[in-house]
Design a protein. Structure first.
Length: 146
């Protein structure tokens, strides 16, 4: 198996904040799946957008995760931020797809949402970034061809 390659930057982020944010994303998606309330997905779309496409230091969910980290005095474990930005962009695409499909095909919306929930749980529980797999096996080969 090929070694995973992730985008690299000089920006750093606290691993605990990332994992707690992932757990909150998974929880919001679970609420959507159980209730069918599109508001949960809209909140996720906004949060992913802020993390993926703005220079703001925190999205609402990552700010809340930072408060949780501080309240439990968890030590800071800094990691590269670039893979998390890439993963947030992939997550945003999935969340937008979930929201759009909600009005066209609710069952497809639930499948895409559940897939995103699995990705968020993998990040949160196992510290496994699906974005790095996508980057290694899809993005890099396409970039190498051009």
């Amino acid at each position: 198996m090929k070694t995973l390659i992730c985008p690299i930057s000089t920006q750093r982020i606290n691993r605990h904040v990332v994992r707690i944010t992932g757990l909150m994303m998974a929880s919001m998606i679970a609420l959507f799946l159980f209730t069918g309330n599109i508001g949960f997905i809209i909140a996720i779309v906004v949060d992913y957008f802020i993390r993926a496409f703005t220079e703001l230091p925190y999205s609402p969910f990552s700010w809340l995760a930072m408060q949780i980290v501080r309240s439990f005095n968890l030590p800071s474990k800094q990691i590269d931020k670039a893979p998390k930005i890439f993963a947030a962009r992939v997550g945003w695409l999935f969340a937008v797809g979930t929201a759009v499909l909600y009005f066209i095909s609710p069952s497809a919306s639930m499948i895409i949402g559940a897939t995103l929930m699995v990705f968020a749980l993998l990040e949160s529980i196992l510290d496994f970034c699906v974005g790095c797999v996508v980057y290694t096996y899809i993005v890099l080969p396409v970039m190498d061809e051009s």
